[in-house]
Design a protein around this ligand. Structure first.
Ligand code: ACO
Ligand code: LMR
Length: 264
């Protein structure tokens, strides 16, 4: 009989062997003819399925809202310094991307993990937040350097509005709102941030869309797909910052002595 030579790679998301490349079985011509967008492409390549329009629209809104946040944030700062050191586009981009992590932009997966666990264990906001404090862990998705209870993050409000209008359920996000009410009673900077909004709303999308089984949802949360949304989105802005610095012919950046506390 036929003997199948063992392969070194297994791949399940795309295939370029036919007349045209396919994403999760969908030919590129179909993607173009049906007027699909980047949200559909993300659905196919990350989740290996076509998602309903409101889901792909939500993904696209996340990408648009997280594309940039000015030159002062960690990622843009690194990119700007790198571009001004004369480095190329890819180096400048990855230098910015490398700052994405638990404090900056990369708290989405942990927000989904911790809020899902707390919701499912039916913890009150007090029990959840104080339990985290006892463990010495900051609540992912809560807190911001410049946003406050009286100066909310517009991105969070826009995502909430979209989801409350289009999602069948927003139970995880509403739980995060209750948690935020508690954290705001402790300090004015402990608002729900964009990572918290995306993390909890994506749980609502995964559960409410009916497109994923429970083991699939658990796998998505445990592998950690959702920081990918911020990485993808912010790449748009970081590329823009690189071009901006090059266009402006900015010289090598050197941090001013006056802004460093030299101490023994
Ligand atoms: N949970 C519990 N307590 C918190 C949290 C939190 N998420 N964030 C801040 N605090 C507490 C701090 O412990 C601190 O109290 P302490 O000095 O008694 O320890 C107090 O609030 C003040 O906090 P700062 O350290 O001044 O806050 P800072 O401005 O440095 O931190 C940050 C901002 C990094 C976003 C922080 O809130 C945090 O770690 N949040 C969780 C991670 C997260 O969600 N990051 C994504 C941010 S959004 C984005 O990057 C796009
Ligand atoms: C961002 O999206 O980069 C911001 O929320 C971070 C910040 O500190 O402003």
């Amino acid at each position: 009989g036929k003997v199948r030579a063992p392969t070194h790679i297994i791949s399940t998301i795309s295939d370029d062997r036919g007349e045209e490349p396919c994403y999760a079985g969908v030919p590129m011509s179909t993607i173009v003819e049906k007027g699909m967008g980047v949200g559909d492409v993300i659905s196919l390549l990350w989740f290996k399925r076509s998602l309903p329009r409101y889901c792909t629209q939500f993904i696209e809104i996340c990408v648009m809202l997280c594309a940039d946040h000015g030159p002062c944030v960690s990622g843009a700062h690194n990119t700007i310094v790198t571009a001004r050191a004369g480095k190329d586009l890819v180096s400048s981009l990855v230098s910015g991307l490398l700052t994405i992590g638990p404090r900056f932009g990369g708290a989405i997966d942990d927000a989904a993990r911790y809020f899902k666990d707390a919701y499912e264990r039916k913890l009150s906001p007090y029990e959840f937040v104080e339990g985290m404090k006892k463990q010495g862990i900051r609540v992912p998705g809560i807190g911001h350097r410049i946003k406050r209870g009286d100066n909310r993050d517009k991105r969070v409000e826009l995502l909430q509005l979209f989801a409350r209008t289009h999602f069948p359920s927003t139970k995880y996000m509403e739980y995060a709102v209750e948690v935020e009410t508690y954290t705001l009673s402790k300090a004015n900077n402990l608002v729900m941030n964009v990572d918290g909004a995306i993390g909890t709303l994506f749980l609502d999308l995964l559960v409410g869309s009916g497109m994923f089984t429970k083991p699939e949802i658990d796998e998505i949360v445990s592998i950690g797909y959702l920081n990918g949304l911020f990485v993808l989105a912010r790449s748009i802005g970081l590329i823009g910052h690189t071009f901006d610095q090059k266009r402006l012919k900015q010289p090598l950046y050197r941090h001013p002595w006056e802004d460093v506390l030299y101490t023994k």
